[in-house]
Design a protein around this ligand. Structure first.
Ligand code: XMP
Length: 321
């Protein structure tokens, strides 16, 4: 029977064996998984770990500061932030296919890490790349036995063939709830450990259609409102996550003030789940839905309609892409 502290001990030992006296870099996404993976590796190899946070421009409001402040103050880890917003936007320009988006984002992440590794050369060789891949990511990317490839999670199926790093994936056999317990055991604060999941490819896979700056700004604004209202209603811990999805290629007619509008819908996708392998749509209180809808259509000019996704997983996946 595995206890949380035995998982930590075992993983720290494995990481030490794998990395030896080498150095590792870890991409932080702002989410729980990469934070816990980094904290485990830090426990094993101390300051021979450097974390790299890539601002790919597909982040939600406030995410960059959260990593730069909360995670660093909790762990004292070495952190490098790379502003790669232009690079990702250029690479994604005009791309609408979900798998292609995921692969591009996965590839660009790695390219940025490789660049970061070259920049860090002066300190020594960074041969290892730490990733917060979980068991469900492996299964759903077709890595498990007898499983179909549902989506290429950016950190599994999206890796380029000519990867220059050796991967360190200490969470590969764990589910989310176990990862959270490991995080607490390692002393990470609740603000990080209890965060709702957010996919590595970020808002890029929540814009249905091509990704551009204006669409990102629209979605970011709508997403912030939904998060603010769900938090204010005290629902953060009772829902698994609530993606907000911009149907960027769909328009519908609306009336706002005295005028006709021809704007875009956003979809609210609140789900309840144990491990993201299956999920049920969450019956959010009507008054909360109403506040979210009213605020989004009042405050985000490009959006004139808010719709609710009432599909479970299966048949729907949690993210739309
Ligand atoms: P799906 O959409 O497959 O999502 O039902 C299951 C869970 O995984 C998250 N997700 C990702 N997380 N990289 C990640 O780190 C990814 O590429 C990725 N795609 C989906 C999703 O938010 C949900 O919690």
């Amino acid at each position: 029977q595995w206890t949380t502290s035995s998982i930590v001990e075992e993983q720290v030992r494995r990481i030490s064996d794998q990395i030896g006296d080498g150095r590792a870099i870890c991409g932080l996404s702002g989410g729980v998984d990469s934070a816990v993976a980094a904290a485990l590796v830090q426990r094993a190899i101390g300051d021979r770990l450097t974390c790299v946070f890539v601002d790919h421009g597909l982040l939600r409001a406030g995410e960059r500061t959260q990593v730069e402040q909360d995670f660093v103050s909790a762990t004292g880890v070495n952190l490098v932030t790379v502003d790669a917003r232009e690079r990702f936007l250029d690479a994604l320009a005009g791309v609408t296919d979900p798998e292609q988006k995921r692969k591009i984002i996965g590839r660009e992440f790695i390219r940025v890490f490789e660049q970061a590794e070259r920049d860090l050369k002066a300190q020594g060789d960074y041969k290892f790349l730490v990733q917060g891949t979980l068991y469900p990511d492996v299964v759903e990317s077709g890595g498990g036995e007898g499983t179909a490839n549902i989506k290429s999670h950016h950190n599994v199926g999206g890796l380029p063939d000519d990867l220059e790093f050796e991967l360190v994936e200490p969470l590969r056999l764990l589910f989310k709830d176990e990862v959270r317990r490991v995080g607490l055991e390692l002393g990470l604060p609740e603000t990080i450990v209890q965060r709702q999941p957010f996919p590595g490819p970020g808002l890029g896979i929540r814009i249905i259609g091509a990704v551009d700056q204006e669409r990102l700004d629209t979605l970011r604004a709508a997403d912030l409102i939904a998060r603010e209202e769900l938090t204010a209603a005290g629902l953060d811990r009772s829902i698994w996550q609530c993606p907000v999805v911009l149907l960027a290629d769909v328009r519908s007619v609306g009336v706002q003030g005295d005028g006709r509008t021809y704007g875009h819908p956003v979809v609210l996708r609140p789900v309840s789940s144990e491990d993201a392998m299956t999920a049920d749509w969450t019956r959010l209180p009507y008054d909360v839905l109403e506040r979210i809808s009213t605020r989004i259509t009042n405050e985000v000019a490009e959006v004139n309609r808010v719709v609710l996704d009432v599909t479970s997983k299966p048949p729907g996946t949690i993210e739309w892409e």
